[in-house]
Write a protein that binds this ligand. Structure first.
Ligand code: 5RP
Length: 218
């Protein structure tokens, strides 16, 4: 299994606050995400600004698109995103339109897995060319006490078996990473654990140490 990457999710309501996190963490993370909260609060200007500030990072527009796949993908990739999220409940036509625009920009669509979806859906996404998905424990679900279950781990393994590169997110901390030790995770996405930390770079280092201890350095 190759070494999972570390993705910083920026879920600030103000771009200036997000940029402070970026300044503190950009050297410590592999991927930067304009989170849904940031995109809704500040619009695609957040993606455009992050592209300028981090010209060499992989940049994600976490729009969780449900419809108008072509138009929204044009907006996201045109603003400088490399990857854009589409919600798993979106019609396959929306996924296909977004994927086709992503290809035009040499980008990728990531399917955001919340709530209800099936492995049959996952095969349909894969069959139209989608390569990535995000396994997500929602922030509200976490707050209501939902933890990572055996069923989650089985679902992750089944998705990886289909050849889908899987990112994992939802209140993840360095202490949680061992739970996923048997899963070929592509990236761990962390928001609050990094941005809300008193010493963000130290927490990023703790993520990397745990990743190296579990998955090695390659
Ligand atoms: C919320 C998101 C978040 O960006 C993602 O869950 C990471 O944030 P946190 O680590 O704070 O849960 O997509 O919908």
């Amino acid at each position: 299994m190759s070494r999972p990457l570390l993705q910083l999710a920026l879920d600030h309501t103000e771009l200036n606050a997000a940029l402070l996190s970026v300044e503190a963490l950009k050297e410590s993370v592999d991927i930067i995400e304009a989170g849904t909260i940031l995109c809704i609060s500040e619009g695609l200007n957040a993606v455009r600004t992050l592209r300028k500030v981090c010209p060499n990072h992989t940049l994600v527009a976490d729009l969780k698109v449900a419809d108008a796949g072509e138009t929204l993908a044009e907006q996201a990739f045109g603003a400088g995103a490399n990857w854009m999220t589409v919600i798993c409940a979106a019609p396959i036509a929306t996924v296909a339109k977004a994927h086709s625009v992503a290809q035009k920009y040499q980008g990728e669509v990531q399917i955001e897995l919340f709530g209800r979806w099936t492995l049959e859906d996952a095969r349909a996404w894969r069959d139209i060319g989608v390569k990535q998905a995000i396994y997500h424990r929602g922030r509200d679900a976490q707050a209501s006490g939902q933890s990572w279950s055996k069923e989650d781990l089985n679902n992750m393994a089944a998705l990886a078996e289909l050849g889908i590169a899987l990112s994992v997110t939802g209140g993840i901390t360095p202490a949680d990473l061992h739970l996923f030790k048997d899963i070929p995770v592509h990236a761990f996405i962390a928001g609050r654990a990094l941005s809300d930390a008193a010493e963000p770079a130290r927490i990023a280092e703790a993520f990397h140490q745990q990743i190296s201890a579990i998955w090695g350095n390659k």
